[in-house]
Design a protein around this ligand. Structure first.
Ligand SMILES: [Zn+2]
Ligand SMILES: [Zn+2]
Length: 112
């Protein structure tokens, strides 16, 4: 494996779509609501992994959220600031490629 692709451009495309252009030419498409839901920060992880018996926390309600900004973190990830004020999650490039919802990747996953 050579070095992993890195984002060369990240932009909000309309109300609920985020696009990333990668250094290997790949064009990624994401639903912003989806990306916000899979936020990898400890806080959101806690919402997802809560077990019975623990006090019930209502997960973040994500209806329509936009990426306000995206900041490169080190050489491995991107931190988004969301329009709901959340900004803790760092999305690694690897996970962003796994989450990619473009036609090519979606088809590949179905066949794979
Ligand atoms: Zn989070
Ligand atoms: Zn893709």
């Amino acid at each position: 494996m050579s070095s992993i692709p890195v984002p060369v451009n990240i932009w909000q495309d309309g109300d609920d779509v985020l696009r990333i252009k990668w250094s290997d030419g790949h064009d990624s498409v994401y639903s912003t609501g989806f990306l916000r839901k899979v936020c990898p920060c400890a806080e959101c992880d806690g919402f997802r992994t809560q077990k019975p018996g623990l006090r019930i926390i209502t997960g973040p309600v994500v209806t329509s959220v936009k990426a306000v900004s995206a900041k490169q973190v080190g050489r491995y990830g991107v931190a988004f600031v969301w329009s709901d004020g959340h900004s803790h999650g760092i999305y690694s490039y690897t996970s962003l490629r796994q989450f990619c919802q473009c036609e090519r990747c979606v088809e590949g996953k179905e066949e794979g």
